[in-house]
Design a protein around this ligand. Structure first.
Ligand code: PEP
Ligand code: MN
Length: 364
């Protein structure tokens, strides 16, 4: 589209895997010009932030919540750029947002979790981005669906956007109490394995939904070799118009990043890798033994399946399953394994055992 010319003259690549960590900070929402500017100036003072974020249009779960100041907030971000030199990033959820952001020289766009779930919305954004040279960050969808996340990345890349990055902000989960959005790190790790060239940023603010565990979650992301962090910061967190519980002042943010330990994968250091290799060989051997044991277990499972079929017995038997759970928990506590892990492990083994026996039941 001819009119989509981003007039901001970019001479830097902000989303690069060479700069680690890439740190994005700023309020959940732009509320007033003073709040936006003061947050930006105080963040600049910490020297720990690279990019300024602020939500202008806020897709909220419930109607009646603050839904953003809208277009009038965009000139405030231009002032942030002038006064601090920060590149600025804004969430877009439809084509008109993209057009307005380009008009007001927003530097980086991000697509929020409630938009990534919707292929029509993502495609609309992708179409509005055709021929535009602006970096785009794509948050994971609210549900733990890796294919949907990848699909959105693909749509944006297909529009010709060269600089694309991902943001891991956790997944909503009914009954979850500790996190606001459960991190399910394994999904982010699988995403990184599939997209090794995409910068991956963690958003501890939306994972945690509270301040007290932000540091731990941010550190964990860095230890999982994430490329950066997006942190919500507000000059008066308790009175923020959105996401008050998870925001921190610029000064607390500065301290948080200062205290963060930056570790490296050192994959190209043979001296460090050789000791690891020895230990990993032992692990590989143990994994092989576990798999052999599991395979032996399944042989017996199938024998039991045949027996149940011959005697018209149900596959699932309540008493037996309870017995397995109790026994596993007892063993877990003796061997220093967590209850949560052992339940996950044994449930997965049980699931496979049921499938194997169901196959036998179906056979003529
Ligand atoms: C946000 O970044 O303020 C936001 C709305 O996040 P998410 O899309 O991850 O819920
Ligand atoms: Mn928020």
């Amino acid at each position: 589209m001819e009119e989509n010319v981003n007039t901001y003259n970019r001479n830097a690549s902000w989303l690069t895997k060479d700069k680690r960590p890439i740190v994005i900070a700023g309020p959940c929402s732009a509320e007033t010009e003073e709040q936006v500017l003061e947050t930006a100036v105080r963040l600049k003072k910490t020297g720990k932030s690279d990019i300024f974020r602020a939500g202008i249009w806020k897709p909220r779960t419930s109607p009646g919540s603050f839904e953003g100041v809208g277009t009038k907030g965009l000139p405030w971000l231009q002032k942030v750029k002038e006064q601090t030199g920060f590149p600025v990033t804004v969430e877009v959820a439809k084509a008109s947002h993209v057009e307005l952001c380009l008009e007001f020289n927003v530097d980086i766009l991000w697509i929020g979790a409630r938009t990534t779930v919707n292929p029509f919305a993502v495609q609309e954004i992708a179409d509005a981005l055709k021929g535009v040279d602006i970096p785009v960050l794509i948050k994971n969808p609210i549900n733990p669906d890796l294919a949907l996340w990848n699909g959105s990345i693909e749509r944006i890349k297909k529009a010709g956007v060269k600089e694309v990055g991902a943001i891991h902000r956790g997944f909503s989960n009914l009954g979850e109490k500790y996190y606001r959005n459960r991190p399910q790190w394994q999904i982010a790790i699988e995403f990184m394995r599939l997209n090794p060239d995409l910068p991956m940023i963690c958003d501890p603010s939306h994972i945690c939904g509270r301040r007290d565990i932000l540091q731990d979650v941010g550190q964990k992301a860095m230890d999982l070799d994430f490329d950066g962090l997006m942190i919500e910061s507000h000059i008066d967190p308790d009175n923020a118009w959105s996401d008050a519980k998870q925001q921190i002042t610029p000064e607390v943010f500065g301290k948080m990043i200062t205290e963060m330990k930056l570790r490296h994968d050192f994959e190209d250091n043979p001296r460090l890798q050789s000791k690891l290799e020895q230990l990993r060989e032992t692990i590989d051997h143990i994994d092989e033994e576990i798999l052999n044991a599991l395979s032996n277990r399944m042989t017996i499972v199938r024998e039991i399946g045949q027996y149940k079929k011959d005697n018209n017995m149900t596959i699932y038997q309540d008493k037996r399953w309870n017995e397995i759970i109790e026994k596993s928990k007892e063993q877990a506590s003796k061997s220093g394994l967590s209850d949560a892990f052992i339940i996950k492990y044994i449930s997965s083994v049980h699931d496979e055992s049921i499938d194997q026996q169901a196959k036998i039941m179906k056979k003529e």
